[in-house]
Design a protein around this ligand. Sequence first.
Ligand code: NI
Ligand code: MN
Length: 226
Amino acid sequence: MKITYYGHSCFSVEIKDKNLLFDPFITPNQLASKIDINKIKADYILISHGHTDHIYDTLEIGKNTDAKIISNYEIVNWLLDKGIKNTHPMNIGGKYNLEFGTIKYVNAIHSSSMPDGSYGGNPGGFVVQSDEGNFYYTGDTGLTYDMKLIGEYINLDFAVMPIGNNYTMGVDNAIIASDYINCSRIIGVHYNTFPIITIDKQEATEKFKLAGKELILLDIEETRNI
Ligand code: NI
Ligand code: MN
């Protein structure tokens, strides 16, 4: 698997020549101003919940790439109304088979409304399983004991989780989440985009190290084999 970070909670994972793009929010992000969204490849776009900072560039990238957009039922309906046709609706606990493996939509403790204020269904995260490996993107969430369930039945190679605090888990709770899911390799997202979610990257990395875990903080546009 290969992961590329596009800032905030947007990243893509390449599995078996397929690109899975998560939570596209790039053009409003000053830290990601060098990225040309017309160059982003996507076969699938996965949306964790309806908030602007997770969905903003979906319509544009969806139209450019004709990627299949996967999200909860309500968000998919909202996208259909906006003219996006290639979609797949899910809900919490459901698993979907794709050519490279499976995607499961799992619980997140957060909220979900669309940029126009309409109902955005339940917020979620995604567990992706494939021959090349397994990972879990928690989406925006607080620490929840539900995460233990995932650690009980899936061997995760890495997990992507928010560490910016205020709207989501911060570093300390992300370390506990890492215990719950039995996965010591964490990619931190949802930090430094706005002043309220600023973190000290070095302190965060050291806290993970002290707990015997690895926190990976990718540069924007950095790609890494994982
Ligand atoms: Ni959110
Ligand atoms: Mn968010």
